[in-house]
Design a binder for this molecule. Sequence first.
Ligand SMILES: Nc1ncnc2c1ncn2[C@@H]1O[C@H](COP(=O)(O)OP(=O)(O)OP(=O)(O)O)[C@@H](O)[C@H]1O
Ligand SMILES: [Mg+2]
Length: 434
Amino acid sequence: MKIKKITKKPVLRNNIRNREHSRLKGVVSDLSQNCEDLGVKIKQQADEITLKSGQLRNGIEKQMRSEEQIHICTKAMESATDGIFIIDAQNRDFPVIYANQAFQKMTGYAKREILGRSYFFSYGTNADPRIVNEIKYTICKGNSFHGEMLNFKKNGKKYWNSLRIAPVRDSIGSVTHYVGIQTDITLMREKELEIGEQREELLHVTRVGKLAEFVSSLAHEINQPLTAILSYAQAAQRILENREPELHKILSYIINDDQRAADVIQRLRVLLKKSAPEMKLLDINVLINETIALIITDATVRNVALKIELKSDLPFVLGDRIQLQQVLLNLISNSFDALESSSHDAREILIRTSRKDTETIIVEVMDSGCGIPAGNIPKLFSRFFTSKPDGLGMGLSISRSIIEAHGGRLDGKNNPDRGATFYFTIPIDIIKGR
Ligand SMILES: Nc1ncnc2c1ncn2[C@@H]1O[C@H](COP(=O)(O)OP(=O)(O)OP(=O)(O)O)[C@@H](O)[C@H]1O
Ligand SMILES: [Mg+2]
């Protein structure tokens, strides 16, 4: 029995050990499987974390970039010399939600006085209500406004405002805001007015100059028959001496009235005699530019391309500014007329300066107009010669006498292709010329 027991026990133990071993093996296998799953999960989560942190970093960078952009934009708007403002479009009072420093300076109101208040209040109480209503109407319809108007600063001072307002829309197209830019163009306006006045003055001078010349030569023409009448009347008096006292009396009336008429004419001629020109050192190129400023609007309206080719560093000339401008205006106005009578498309005027030789400067006014018929060339500078229905025919003759008084020469010719060129020379001021 005992021996049996001894032989049975190791078998049992072995079985137990084997079972334990395979259980443990199973546990180890489960464990390693779990470990593997865990590893995969950890890797997935790590990848996810890397992705998320990348996205986060991108988001932060993006935000930083957009913050920087906003900062730059705000700074730029604050530094702009034009007034910039933003209006809330959802509120019918048009309150301002942003106004840069230039806007505050232009209107004279501080930021706290502008923000939250109707934009239109910044125009001042004297602003034209029709224009204000037109602006409101335009922008309310979702359109842009562009125009110029007279505004008043906080202190009541006037200023000309060049204004642009445009609607700002959201993603579905509704207008959320209006953004505007306004520029103070008072100086520009004043300059334009000044130029306009100068132009009027010069045109007046030209007209008066022409009329004076006209009256002067008319006086000359009348003087001759008056002298003849006087001598005939005096001769008749001599013939009728001691006879026909009645006729004698009538003749003395004629002589008296004739002398009175001659006196009037003489006084008129003295009055119309040209006063001495004011001769000064002039830069002919500057003079041309000043003259162009006077007629540029006219050229634009007439659809004429006005070109200049001014030789730099030309020496000074000695001349009367107004008179030389009058010559240039006469030549340019003739070119305008010549372009009107031309059927050609190209409507150009070229004004050119250059040095003719060591002692003279030459100024040329070339046009692509109708040109001069060969038969008219010898008559161009004669007084009262004109081919225009409303012309006086004095422009060129006056211009020639002005240029000759300056020691130069004015002439004209047809261009080889089309149009004509009128040109004048003017001596360089030898002593003071550069
Ligand atoms: N650029 C030109 N092209 C063609 N013909 C010209 C040109 N300039 C002048 N003429 C001719 O010379 C004529 C005389 O010119 P001028 O300027 O003296 O008188 P006007 O232009 O006729 O009249 P006004 O003197 O009153 O301006 C003109 O009528 C025209 O026939
Ligand atoms: Mg003329």
